[in-house]
Ligand binder design. Structure first.
Ligand SMILES: Nc1nc2c(ncn2[C@@H]2O[C@H](COP(=O)(O)OP(=O)(O)O)[C@@H](O)[C@H]2O)c(=O)[nH]1
Ligand SMILES: [Mg+2]
Length: 364
């Protein structure tokens, strides 16, 4: 019999910690000799996530230009590409996507059951946003984006609260209990990609359980579409050339701070903004996530004359305005010191989700 590869979908809202978890877990699996393939997803090419994961020497395929659900065949092509010789394929759907049980898990179970084992649907939740949602608030998001957030949790086979290193044990115990109460049909766990806490427990579940996509979501596609459309998206790739060696970590820190203060000033809710700065083998990543605009900077790209920036921004405003803000922040940070070469630059508003398949019954 042909070897079956297990596909593990790791969903959850923008900035929940999907890419970080996938990377940690891929490392862990490979260290015990397992073959791992990865799939990232976005509405437009030039993804920081793909670049970051490729830098860890992992086989990565990207479904760009539409989400997995609206391009199921693109998704399964990507699965074919990275599952060759792999024991596990880890895949990250778009953070504002929902209804994955009906549009991805059921079709996989139905049409791909001879080659793929489907793991339970995991949905990650950042503790800050989750706590707000559980209190009936909106986590600083538009009400329809908060609606998507709740719907994602509702269909999860497993809800994983991420970033447990940022809470006390007591706070996490309470948050888990509240989550289990609000979403009684999902298993609730917690992890930290920083300390590794909870990773083995989650892995034990998704590498052995086969009860995937146990429920179908009751979701209003008008609200879902609107919740996605309130976010402007921007993906850009820019080369900067300096006349003399320059500290690009410092530059990146300034750029992300500039953006953070712009969004704060305009009171725009940030879904997720991430920038990778690369020079040869060296790179740094900066992120803004969450209602409170947390900032993380992983050094270091160091000092050189040239740097490549990939910028991905998902912010609650019209895409044209996001384009303007990001351009202005770049101009400010460059301050006439470097020459800029734009390699790719796209901004868009996600279109209405129109899934390839949408099952109305659970496949057993
Ligand atoms: N403290 C902490 N931060 C984390 C953890 N996992 C992810 N992050 C941070 O959360 C932000 C978003 O992570 P990312 O994996 O890109 O989220 P994604 O949008 O869901 O793929 C980044 O700044 C990460 O460094 C964690 O376990 N602990
Ligand atoms: Mg990601």
């Amino acid at each position: 019999m042909m070897k079956q590869c297990r596909i593990i979908l790791v969903g959850g809202f923008l900035g929940a910690g999907k890419t970080t978890l996938i990377w940690r877990v891929a490392e862990r699996l490979m260290s015990v000799g397992k073959g791992v393939g990865l799939i990232t997803n976005d509405q437009a090419p030039e993804l920081v996530d793909s670049e970051l994961l490729r830098r860890q020497n992992l086989a990565v395929s990207e479904v760009a230009g539409s989400c997995f659900c609206c391009n199921f065949n693109g998704f399964t092509d990507a699965v074919k590409q990275v599952s060759e010789g792999a024991d596990y394929v880890l895949s990250e759907p778009v953070g504002s996507c929902a209804d994955l049980s009906a549009t991805i898990l059921q079709p996989l179970k139905k049409y791909w059951n001879t080659t793929l084992l489907v793991a339970p649907l995991t949905v990650l939740a950042d503790p800050g946003r989750l706590a707000s949602i559980l209190q009936g608030e909106q986590a600083g998001l538009h009400e329809d984006a908060a609606y998507i957030y709740r719907k994602q949790l509702e269909e999860a086979d497993i809800i994983v609260i991420t970033k447990s290193d940022t809470l006390s044990v007591e706070e996490m115990t309470q948050l888990k209990a509240k989550t289990a109460e609000a979403f009684p049909k999902s298993r609730v766990m917690s992890v930290s990609a920083v300390t590794g806490e909870g990773l083995d427990e989650w892995l034990a579940d998704v590498t052995t359980r086969t009860d995937a996509g146990k429920r179908l979501l009751d979701i209003d596609y008008d609200r879902y579409a609107h919740g996605e459309a309130v976010l402007g998206w921007l993906n850009g790739t820019v080369m900067l050339h300096a006349p003399k060696p320059t500290d690009w970590d410092e530059f990146l820190k300034n750029l992300i701070k500039e953006l953070q203060s712009d969004f704060e000033q305009e009171t725009l809710a940030v879904g997720h903004v991430k920038i990778i700065a690369e020079s040869g083998k060296d790179y740094a990543v900066a992120n803004i996530t969450g209602a409170d605009c947390t900032l993380t900077l992983r050094p270091g790209v160091g000092t050189s004359t040239d740097v490549r920036l990939i910028i991905n921004a998902r912010v609650e405003c019209p895409p044209e305005y996001l384009d303007q803000l990001v351009r202005e922040a770049l101009v400010q940070s460059i301050n006439g010191r470097y020459t800029e070469e734009v390699l790719a630059w796209r901004y868009l508003q996600p279109g209405r989700p129109n899934p390839t398949h949408r099952f109305s019954e659970v496949v057993v």
